[in-house]
Design a protein around this ligand. Structure first.
Ligand code: AKB
Length: 319
């Protein structure tokens, strides 16, 4: 990994992954790919090259990949679960037609490709607790349908053409840098913003709904470690279960209240997000990731809550 294209570089994962890779590979070209309306700004723009790279435009992708002699693509373009439910055709176009564009270029130019899957690739028939790596995947959301297809297509290109595809199933990602947009797990980020600003939080997910979550530094490290892993150790490729914490709204609210006693929360459940959340597992088993490439998260629930509150307090100047 030296010259890397990050498609979706201004999104929740991309904005931090681009900066991390620029720090790790100062001699490489870490290209921040974007679409019009989501251009990189500030340090993301100033610290390295950027290029328009619409996943739906194969010719444009090829031009950028040729120009920067790209060897690795992080394909982070996606409509998250709640938005994909409202725009299923667009979700398919971005997540699957877009992926095909990348895989075809990768096949020709011997690129490595990371396209995240998600806990959303599972469905209600999947075992909810300690969800195995290899298990039933019958998702009921459009997002989930595209994620299972992503896993299958990525494996197909590896098996058929030897394309170096690798991926993880991300849980809800919690970060203080860039907000997520349109996911089922977004509440787990938004709750911190409300708490630190001293606002009441209106929770769209019902009490008792457990989902896997992860702090962004672990998610980024996992993606990079997997792409750097010795391929001979990988029995799986697309996509590895990874996990670090699982909570419901009551548990995370209690953790925040232990640090900000005035924090208030009430529920206004969003039926679309709740139906999706109800169809997802509570907690994944990540043994294969640990054994095959050394996955080991650093942040547990308490460490994540401490860090989120400290970082957002710095940002908003609240004591
Ligand atoms: C979503 O909620 O849609 C995403 C995910 C878990 O993949 N954060």
């Amino acid at each position: 990994m030296k010259n890397v294209l990050i498609i979706g570089s201004t999104g929740q994962i991309g904005s931090e992954l681009t900066m991390k890779l620029r720090g790790m590979f100062p001699d490489g070209q870490i290209v921040a790919g974007y679409i019009p309306g989501a251009e990189p700004k500030g340090i993301l723009l100033e610290s390295g090259p950027s290029a328009q790279a619409d996943v739906c435009d194969g010719n444009q992708l090829l031009d950028v990949i040729r120009k920067y002699d790209v060897d690795t693509v992080f394909n982070l373009a996606a409509l998250l679960s709640a938005v994909a439910e409202k725009k299923p055709q667009l979700a398919w176009k971005i997540q699957i037609d877009g992926l095909m564009n990348i895989l075809e270029i990768a096949r020709d130019r011997h690129l490595s490709v990371f396209t995240p899957s998600s806990i959303g690739s599972f469905g209600p028939e999947t075992p909810r607790l300690e969800t195995p790596q290899d298990t039933i995947q019958r998702p009921k959301s459009m997002y989930g349908v595209t994620k299972v297809t992503t896993e299958l297509l990525s494996d197909y290109y590896f098996l058929k053409y030897g394309v170096d595809t690798r991926s993880v199933r991300f849980p809800g990602l919690i970060s203080h840098v860039t907000l997520p947009g349109g996911g089922t797990t977004d509440y787990a980020v938004e709750i911190f913003y409300a708490a630190v600003k001293g606002e009441e939080f209106v929770c769209p997910i019902a009490a008792g709904t457990y989902m896997d979550m992860m702090y962004m530094p672990d998610a980024l490290q996992g993606a990079v470690d997997l792409m750097l892993a010795d391929p001979s150790r990988l029995k799986h490729r697309n996509a590895f279960n990874i996990a670090s914490m699982s909570f419901d709204p009551e548990r995370i609210a209690a953790k925040i209240r232990a640090r900000i006693p005035s924090f208030r929360m009430r529920y206004e459940v969003d039926p679309v997000r709740q139906a999706i959340a109800d169809s997802w597992p509570d907690r994944l088993d990540d043994t294969c990731a640990r054994e095959e490439w050394g996955w080991k998260p650093r942040f547990g629930l308490d460490e994540m809550v401490d860090d989120m509150i400290a970082e957002l307090r710095k940002r908003f100047g609240t004591a």
